[in-house]
Design a protein around this ligand. Structure first.
Ligand SMILES: NC(=O)c1ccc[n+]([C@@H]2O[C@H](COP(=O)([O-])OP(=O)(O)OC[C@H]3O[C@@H](n4cnc5c(N)ncnc54)[C@H](O)[C@@H]3O)[C@@H](O)[C@H]2O)c1
Length: 273
């Protein structure tokens, strides 16, 4: 059911690769809720992914290629978006992540600093660059909302999540630091959503993902949150109903983050003794 929560709002959505992507689901919900927006992804993802199919479903949204580590590319995304959408931007989704270690199954303790730097650059510092570019161009309206996607490995260790854990800790810290600056400067809010394990291209690349996924499903009182449910939460943060929420890392995980253990898991452990 749509509520017109984003009627009249203009946005930019980074990171839709295919229909499993969190950003893909966010784009569909933003469309349903009355927003207009552009879509952006890395040039290689534009060639390999299905973003044009998504654009066709979203009022022929303009697709703008950008490597999120390039300030010039990001400035171009903001300039082109303001031009095609007809004004300043009200919401931005950063749904970007990549680790060479995860991709090549290199253990955390064996990383090269080149790989480590790449993970941090793409998965965390790009969040800073997105907001820095927006601020420089004064591309955001007052009360605009910027959201990044995180994972609980920022707080607790999960084997296999590798250096993405450090990237997520940095991402969440950038949300606080930039949220402070942008809040005082222009009443822009900045938050991260810490999402359940979700079956996407980036998610399923993590070693042992299936086990993470089922463990979280069993531990969470409400079960894992899906990409579509994540999109609903993102829309609420883009809407005017959450204007005073900023600098937060918000868990969207069915209660996983505050659960110690579930009765079902305890029973399984007792039986397997
Ligand atoms: N899937 C999960 O379990 C899960 C859980 C919590 C948080 N997240 C986070 O959600 C976000 C989106 O991931 P997803 O699960 O939808 O997977 P996804 O693979 O669909 O999305 C990742 C996106 O990052 C983009 N990207 C990679 N390098 C880039 C670069 N240099 N420039 C621009 N874009 C680049 C990819 O093209 C892709 O579209 C990521 O930040 C991820 O860490 C995922």
């Amino acid at each position: 059911m749509a509520y017109n929560l984003l009627k009249g709002k203009r946005g930019i959505i980074f990171g839709a690769l295919d229909e499993k992507s969190m950003a893909w689901q966010v784009a569909l919900k933003c469309q349903e809720e009355g927003a207009i927006f552009t879509l952006s992804n890395a040039p290689i993802a534009l060639r390999m992914g299905k973003i044009n199919e998504l654009a066709a479903q979203c009022n022929n949204a303009k697709v703008i290629g950008a490597d999120a580590t390039s300030t010039a590319d990001l400035e171009n995304v903001f300039n082109e978006s303001m031009e095609v959408l007809g004004g300043k931007i009200d919401f931005v989704l950063h749904s970007i992540g990549m680790s060479p270690n995860v991709r090549k199954k290199i253990p955390y303790y064996d990383t090269s600093y080149e790989n480590f730097q790449k993970t941090l650059d793409i998965s965390a510092l790009s969040f800073h660059k997105v907001m820095q570019s927006a601020m420089k161009l004064d591309a955001l309206n007052e009360w605009a909302s910027v959201v990044g996607l995180s994972y609980i490995a920022a707080q607790r260790t999960f084997p296999g999540y590798n250096d993405m854990a450090d990237a997520k800790a940095l991402l969440e810290s950038i949300a606080r630091s930039f949220g402070f600056q942008y809040g005082f400067k222009k009443k822009v809010r900045v938050n991260t959503i810490s999402q359940s394990p979700t079956l996407t291209t980036a998610g399923s690349g993590v070693e042992g993902f299936d086990a993470f996924y089922h463990y979280a499903e069993k531990l969470s009182p409400l079960g894992n949150a899906t990409a579509e449910e994540c999109a609903n939460y993102v829309v609420s943060l883009f809407s005017d109903l959450t204007r005073k929420v900023t600098m937060q890392n918000l868990f969207h995980d069915g209660g996983f983050s505050f659960t110690g253990v579930s009765t079902e898991l305890v029973e399984q452990l007792i039986q397997s003794k």
